[in-house]
Design a protein around this ligand. Structure first.
Ligand SMILES: [Zn+2]
Ligand SMILES: [Zn+2]
Length: 123
């Protein structure tokens, strides 16, 4: 039965290969309000599954140490490499695969404005 809500292609076999680059606007980045993480969302070019990858920043940040600590500015590289995280079971997926999708990865070019959190950088 056709399901036009989830157009995931279950028949795509797992393969760790680079997929074709996405079309403009296929992926979007949504920053957390505190600017410490960003989620890049879109549809996998290979299996069409909705994939969402979170990039946390500031992990390992040591809170409470004396002296000025300058955390690395939170920003995404451009392009950023996204792995399929569609969450669907794909044939031939090795049990130790670290990603949760069809194995495809690809480069996402985001708008300049999406590479950094919105709002003031300094408190
Ligand atoms: Zn998939
Ligand atoms: Zn996929």
């Amino acid at each position: 039965m056709a399901n036009d809500v989830d157009q995931h292609k279950d028949q795509v076999k797992f393969a760790e290969v680079e997929a074709a680059a996405q079309a403009d606007g296929q992926f979007s980045a949504k920053w957390a309000d505190d600017g410490r993480s960003v989620t890049v969302k879109g549809h996998c070019p290979a299996c069409d599954g909705l994939t969402s990858t979170e990039f946390p920043f500031g992990i390992g940040g040591s809170k409470g140490f004396r002296g000025p600590t300058t955390p690395r500015p939170a920003a995404l590289p451009s392009p950023v490499t996204i792995y399929c995280e569609c969450g669907h079971a794909h044939a031939d997926r090795p049990p130790d695969a670290f990603d949760n999708g069809c194995g495809r990865f690809w480069e996402v070019h985001l708008n300049e404005a999406e590479l950094r959190p919105k709002g003031p950088a300094q408190p």
